[in-house]
Design a protein around this ligand. Structure first.
Ligand code: URA
Length: 303
């Protein structure tokens, strides 16, 4: 006879295959899932990992394949593309929809004392914005001066250019998702100017971005600039933007396009450079099966 844990996994896998992403659980069943089967299926070395309840229910994409809905990982930390991901204290709640999960995560980030201590006096932490069903997820590096005032990513000069790019693609900011690896503007001794976040700072914040990706589950991620790339894929001294830009990579199983940061375009705004970034966007539009007009295909071709 099939053991109850295997039967439960089969039932959940079947729901998942039908497209269901969440399930409602009573408090009693949740307690059973967390405590009941733990250690009972030694034969298969299966174990339900306390504290990762939502992860087990939602599943998580690892490498190319998405892992099973219930992820029996014993006590090992979750691994994402060899990037050991320190998860934030996760909510023990089971979310019935994306918005609920996103709002819970947003509150966890914005109310985190560990994060708030890095924020300049009178300024704000910055969390992602946009459509939770977006096909395209734009990922920047860190908030700047305007973003930490408004608490919204990409609202300064670079952000306005990003908005123009999104509009040129035939979309609005509300139709895509926009986030940063960092949730605060990297601290500086001087009141003006920005510095890129360190690798350590980005690794600290990365789990918050990963959880946003898990909620949105976009069809493509666009990494804006070399720092965002290092934050997502890890620092690699030998990596050159010239060789990774414009090509498809992967992050947590999601296709990842690398392009220049809009602030780079602000400094090097030649038509040639605009066309390079635009071709990356055409590539992204094709990947997510967006219609592309003849006019759009020709943007920035004429001098
Ligand atoms: N640059 C970024 O990478 N992110 C922002 O939100 C603004 C500027």
């Amino acid at each position: 006879m099939m053991n109850p844990v295997s039967a439960l996994i089969d039932a959940l896998e079947s729901l998942k295959n039908q497209g269901q992403r969440t399930i409602a659980l009573s408090a009693e069943n949740l307690t059973f899932l967390k405590n009941g089967p733990k250690g009972t299926d030694r034969e298969n070395n299966q174990n339900i990992h306390d504290g990762h309840v939502w992860k087990e229910i939602f599943g998580i994409q690892k490498g190319k394949q998405s892992a099973s809905m219930l992820d029996f990982e014993g006590e090992k930390p979750m691994k994402l593309n060899d990037f050991s991901c320190k998860l934030m204290p996760v909510s023990q709640k089971i979310f019935t929809n994306k918005r609920e999960h996103w709002e819970d995560l947003r509150q966890r980030v914005l109310n985190s004392e560990d994060l708030k201590k890095h924020v300049h006096p009178g300024k704000q932490l910055v969390f992602g914005v946009g459509n939770l069903d977006a096909k395209i997820f734009f990922c920047g590096e860190a908030p700047g001066a305007d973003e930490e005032v408004q608490g919204i990513p990409f609202v300064g000069r670079a952000g306005q250019l990003l908005t123009k790019i999104i509009v040129a693609m035939g979309l609005s900011r509300e139709e895509v998702y926009i986030g940063n690896i960092m949730n605060w503007r990297p601290e500086m001794d001087t009141p003006t100017g920005n510095r890129p976040p360190t690798q350590e700072e980005m690794q600290f914040c990365l789990p918050h971005l990963v959880e946003q990706l898990e909620i949105v589950r976009p069809e493509a991620i666009v990494a804006l600039g070399a720092t965002a790339v290092s934050g997502l894929l890890g620092y690699d001294k030998s990596r050159k933007m010239s060789s990774v830009r414009g090509k498809w990579h992967e992050f947590c199983g999601v296709p990842l396009m690398i392009t220049f940061h809009p602030s780079y375009l602000l400094r090097n705004g030649t038509n040639k450079m605009k066309r390079i970034v635009w071709e990356d966007m055409l590539n992204v539009m094709e990947k997510v099966a967006m219609p592309i007009s003849e006019k759009q295909r020709k943007y920035f071709l004429e001098n």
